[in-house]
Design a binder for this molecule. Structure first.
Ligand SMILES: O=P(O)(O)OC[C@H](O)CO
Length: 208
């Protein structure tokens, strides 16, 4: 993929490049690995999220590790590419690569929650944000469930990046947190009651 040279205007080539970023984000590595390693369709497993954690459930540690690296890697690769050519578009590109992962056209709009792909973007663009996400998820995981920690990190992403990088950081945090929080709310299953939405936000599932 060729990204345009640095220029503050948004031309057709920029729009095409950003479309390419979305499509890279949409590459459903978890789906491919779960299918090939275990013949499973992750959309029917537990919360139906097409993510590394569900790959672990159906296929074990090696496919999980590969999915983890690929989902992280696509976010990091897109962030590195865009930062080099159009740093002013980094927040937009970050939001798009996560949105592609969460609503993949290759899975008719199903997808993951964007945590690993957003972390890949953060590792390149704002390592303090990556530390926040990974640290919160790990601490929460030690208490038995990574989901509440991921939620806390998503809520804190904007203020933490605003404190470290000012307006640019706040925009990046917002662009990454928004598709992650929206996907937690809507999941791959759609409408629910108010109480279920709250459980989805905090615990990333419909029933606590
Ligand atoms: O949010 P995702 O789609 O990157 O998936 C996260 C993994 O399952 C690790 O919890």
């Amino acid at each position: 993929m060729t990204l345009p040279d640095q220029d503050s205007t948004l031309g057709i080539s920029d729009v095409l490049a950003l479309g390419g970023v979305f499509l890279v984000g949409a590459l459903p590595f978890a789906h491919i690995l779960a299918r090939s390693a275990a013949g499973a369709d992750l959309r029917t497993v537990r919360t139906g999220t097409v993510s590394a954690s569900n790959v672990y459930v159906v296929a074990g540690p090696a496919p999980f590790a590969l999915t983890f690296l690929l989902d992280l890697g696509k976010g990091a690769a897109m962030a590195a590419l865009v930062r080099r050519r159009r740093p002013d578009l980094l927040a937009v590109a970050g939001g798009l690569v996560v949105a592609g992962h969460n609503w993949s056209p290759f899975l008719r709009g199903a997808g993951g929650r964007g945590v690993l792909t957003a972390t890949g973007v953060l590792l390149v663009a704002a390592p303090e944000g990556a530390a926040l996400v990974l640290g919160s998820a790990a601490a929460s995981g030690l208490l038995g469930d990574t989901a509440p920690g991921c939620f806390v990190a998503q809520v804190l992403l904007v203020p933490v990046l605003a404190a470290s990088q000012g307006r640019t950081g706040a925009l990046l945090g917002l662009a990454l947190a928004l598709p992650m929080l929206v996907k937690r709310l809507v999941g791959n299953r759609g409408a629910a009651s108010g109480r279920v939405y709250l459980t989805r936000l905090v615990y990333d599932r419909d029933v606590r």
